[in-house]
Design a protein around this ligand. Sequence first.
Ligand code: 13P
Ligand code: SF4
Length: 369
Amino acid sequence: MPITGIYGPDDLASRPQGQVVSSPRDAPARTGPALPRPSLEWTPEVERATAALYDRVKHVIPPIEWPLMAPTIKAINELKRARGAVILAHNYQAPEIFHCVADIGGDSLQLAVEATKVEANIIVQCGVHFMAETSKLLDPDDKTVLIPDSRAGCSLAASITGADVRLLREKFPGVPVVAYVNTSAEVKAEVDICCTSSNAVQVVESLNAPTVIFLPDRYLATYVASKTDVKIIAWKGSCEVHERFKGEELRAFREADPSVQIIAHPECPPDVLAEADFTGSTAHMINWVRQKRPRRLVMITECSMADNVRAELPDVEMLRPCNLCPHMKRITLANILESLLTLREEVTIDPALAVRALRSVERMINLKN
Ligand code: 13P
Ligand code: SF4
């Protein structure tokens, strides 16, 4: 069914004028003991040491570019061992990060679950700030969580504050609130449970309530509403990457080749999802490609993911309208190396807030499949 209502900051009369959502840029950055800088020269030894890694990405990184990346990749992998660090990378990270330096890759849910199992003392989160915050929340042993660029935000996380959630609760007393993990810890602390795009419908239905407030993504909310009888009240947030896709672009791909397969992320608008053969989280999309092995594929999501899949499955021809997430792209080999050298930038969360935010994330993770 269609969503029951949609609200934004302008609809909450008592939201203080001019209030801005706290930005990841404001996060305190702490430094740690620096290690000596490694040489970043391209030498025969670097070529030998990184040959197996190049083999993983040879279909998506031209040979001429490898000498520019390989010395940093080698240095990161050595420093990672010296520091006892683990690198977590989201599916939207560039192939040289995802396939060559990450220990664990995945969608938001997989990264959150893996963060609970990591034994290393340091996690370097290659993704956006809310993902690093989620890893920090789930860190039972007070590990150091680093993000190579703390300005890596997210248009969804920036669309809503904890105060907005409190105002929504006043407007809809007793209605449970589900927050997509693409939110700040401050928002997670105000809601009943979190969800990701992998489990959003399951989470909404787990509440056994006739109506649920689902925030902040209006399009994910619309998708969830189309899959459940629970009435959904949405928030006016959107992903600046996925909202740019248009149904007509997809129709043009299909008209040019009726055999083409189209898969899309549920953060896309409904006219885009209506054209897709499959809709799912980034991990569900990747699994779909592994199982179906389509000859020609249009992946409607952030474009580095198409490169990561093509590196693994070169026989699948990718046709893609390419939208990059500017926040994900703030993470580079150079700043990952810097992060390991200097232990910057450390993600910190106020402990009292963290206890409340953790409850919402753990409630999601503990949901039985
Ligand atoms: P996934 O949970 O599907 O990886 O999505 C995260 C995200 O930010 C998509 O834009
Ligand atoms: Fe946020 Fe969209 Fe970037 Fe994902 S792709 S991190 S939802 S801005």
